[in-house]
Write a protein that binds this ligand. Sequence first.
Ligand SMILES: [Zn+2]
Length: 139
Amino acid sequence: MKASGIIRKIDQLGRVVVPKELRNLMDIKEVCFFIDKHGFYIESFDPKVHRLAIHRTIDPLGRITIASEIRRRFNWDIGQPLEIFTEQNRIYFVEYHNFCAVCREGSKLIPVKSKHLCYSCVQELLRNKEVFISHSNRF
Ligand SMILES: [Zn+2]
């Protein structure tokens, strides 16, 4: 995958802008969505290849609506930044980690599964280790 260096945020209606340079380069108007490990990717819709896939039209301002199932699956809220990558005829939208998933602080991030936590939240978790252990015994 090639990084485009472009980051776009999910807007209030769950849409994201497909960068104009990529729209022009790949000549895409109607797209298909595919889920990937860290996000999703789109390909230009081809009715012969993508018969059963979810497809959407890019609106006049270059936006696509991200299916709510995709947003729920990755726990993406309004304002979630997505980093854009390309690979052949695909445009990838991958979660961009610029802040802590708990407190939204933006520095000293530590990856935890698919999210990132800041140093101070991780420290707090470690301080509460005894509380966690006593809770986990109940499950
Ligand atoms: Zn934090």
